[in-house]
Design a protein around this ligand. Structure first.
Ligand code: G3I
Length: 374
């Protein structure tokens, strides 16, 4: 049963002809910016790629400035891009996103200091604990201090947990021991005292993995080190968004006194050829396998558009209900055409996970989120 508000949203998006009154079709939203509409509730963010940061995509540029109050570099502040040799760094693109944020009054969440994936080429394969320790300390100190007061926040540690809540057997755990997460935050706090510091991971709304993330927060706090928030990435699938787990997680993290953010939000509408939900970039499905599943190359059926809009509406109702704890919602990309989900876990599919379509137009899902604030 489509409710009145939702039906109006669909009419506004021009999705349905029949049944939409002319006044509904003609009514433009009073405020067309999501960031503006939600400014009293939480930040609305997006992920920026090179073309965005260099302002080479003029339509995206307009959308970013109009719609978003926060942004995360999708790739260019990862260690493999920033840290090019033992004592060599390339800050060119990172400096540019900082300038872009300052110019457009968009808060930059820097992503990410310590992650087992996308490590610099020179550190891959190194087995000496001393070398890993030297890299770890130099990287955090050099990068975090350069951007202190210039970026709003850092994802200090990214994806340190397994699905069962135990610690991932990463290069950092193996060489530095389980205390490395507290140490990363300690170093980040020292290097960037004016920057918010977060732990970021996918699936930490799920009970077992959530328990692991709660432990991380408690350990950092018990050591007297600062942690300001937790980022639940939010890479979900249409029809299986785990609302109950999400709400329980907001409450559980909130009880520890840290902010809760949804930092990489997208909802895949395509069949998932992998077992379970993962955002682990090393997971890949064979593109020639029978499971390839790429049903919407020519466009998304109305029924799926509506289901996506409903999932987004339900999610944002939940975020609004907990706006005392939720401080940012960041979509992982600007438009469907640029989403990483066109190439994950199978390369070359056509996915529709965001609020803006391949022509940079708002989808029904945009209006279902926007209209909650009308
Ligand atoms: O820039 C090179 C280009 O020069 C080269 O020609 C091309 C060939 O494949 O690759 C380009 O690099 C790609 C890069 O994205 C920029 O497009 C890498 O191969 C590709 O692996 C990389 O993927 C990114 C992935 O993280 C790994 O860093 C995705 O864009 C990015 O969306 C994804 O983001 C992660 C978050 O950081 C952490 N959470 C999960 C999330 C999704 O995996």
């Amino acid at each position: 049963m489509i409710n009145k508000r939702f039906f109006e949203a669909v009419c506004l998006a021009g999705l349905l002809g029949a049944g939409c009154s002319s006044s509904q079709k003609a009514t433009a939203p009073k405020v067309s910016s999501l960031g503006e509409a939600y400014k009293k509730d939480f930040l609305i963010g997006t992920a920026l790629n090179n073309a965005h940061i260099l302002e080479r995509d003029s339509l995206a540029n307009q959308l970013i400035k109009q719609q978003f109050t926060a942004a995360t570099p999708e790739n260019i502040m990862k260690a493999e891009v920033l840290h090019t040799g033992w004592e060599k760094y390339n800050f060119e693109m990172a400096d540019k996103i900082v300038a872009y944020g300052q110019k457009n009054n968009i808060k930059i969440n820097a992503h990410t200091l310590i992650w087992h994936s996308q490590l610099p080429f020179f550190i891959r394969g190194i087995k000496s604990a001393d070398s890993i320790k030297a890299y770890f300390e130099n990287h955090i100190t050099t990068v975090a201090s350069r951007y202190d007061g210039k970026v709003y926040s850092w994802d200090v540690v990214n994806e340190a947990l397994n699905e069962d809540g135990t610690m991932r057997n990463s290069v950092f755990l193996k060489n530095l021991g389980p205390g490395y997460i507290v140490e990363a935050f300690r170093l980040a706090q020292k290097a960037a005292p004016n920057t918010q510091l977060y732990y970021n991971d996918y699936n930490i709304e799920a009970p077992k993995k959530r328990a692991g993330a709660l432990e991380i927060v408690k350990k950092i706090q018990a050591a007297g080190v600062k942690i300001d928030g937790v980022g639940i990435q939010g890479h979900w699938h249409l029809g299986t968004v785990p609302y109950k787990d999400i709400e329980e997680s907001i409450e559980a993290f909130g009880k520890l006194g840290v902010q809760v953010m949804f930092t990489e939000l997208d909802i895949s509408v395509l069949p998932n050829p992998l077992r379970g939900n993962t955002a682990d970039v090393s997971a890949r499905a064979d593109e020639n396998s029978a499971n390839r599943g790429n049903p919407y190359v020519k466009g998304l059926p109305d029924s799926i558009q509506l289901a996506l809009a409903k999932d987004y509406e339900k999610l944002f109702r939940l975020f609004l209900k907990h706006k005392d704890k939720v401080t940012r919602i960041t979509f992982w990309g600007v438009t469907d055409g640029g989403s990483w989900l066109n190439d994950f876990p199978v390369r070359g599919r056509t996915n529709y996970p965001l609020l803006f379509d391949r022509k940079y137009q708002p989808k029904p899902a945009f209006y279902s989120v926007y209209n909650l604030k009308k």
